[in-house]
Design a protein around this ligand. Sequence first.
Ligand code: DC
Length: 226
Amino acid sequence: MTNYAENVTVPVVTIDGPGGAGKGTVASAIAAAKGWHLLDSGALYRIIAVAGLAQNIALDDAQALVEMAKGLEISFAHEQVHVNGENFTDAIRTEDAGNSASQVASLPTVRDAIFNLQQGFRRAPGLVADGRDMGTVVFADAPVKIFLDASAEARAERRYNQLKNNGLGVNLRALLEQIQERDARDRERAVAPLKPAKDALIIDSTKMTIDEVVATVMAQISSKIE
Ligand code: DC
């Protein structure tokens, strides 16, 4: 068994929050600025959902999903995601993949199956981990915890503009409904629900630029770690 105890002194910054609040962009910027490792935990749930569907596994079949997850060789390198040698980068980024990920993420045994894998990302000189339960469960001892929020309307609008810029036709109202549905599932599930850790700094990014959010997080890191 891997002993992760030796890594507990490695600093971790956790960034949790609902989809579309800017967690991924902020986490990448902080990791690049600090020269630290990055864990996009949502990508792991997306991979399990997409790989499961490709093998005709139902998204509520916890046992089959866990068995399948054990056999996945996952690599994150150069902003590309490979699973068992296949490029999954684009397939996991669709709205459908996000909704499917939210479904598999509500299964406790699926969450348990990737717990150690996630903790293995904690390596020197530091880690920035984004998701829903990074500060509450996976890295509960992290010295810096951020909960990045934004109104559902702002998040839907950002996603709408992103998809439109990529030349994809989307409906803002449908997008908002999907976001609200996913929020409700992530917040109301029994295990590791989306909520701020007690010691998290809550940042509402509704009216902030990414640069302002990054500056706020960097200031928090300086005050807590350096
Ligand atoms: O952050 P994201 O949109 O890529 O995450 C996709 C889904 O995965 C999200 O709706 C809920 C789930 N998730 C989770 O339950 N716990 C995490 N730490 C990260 C994501």
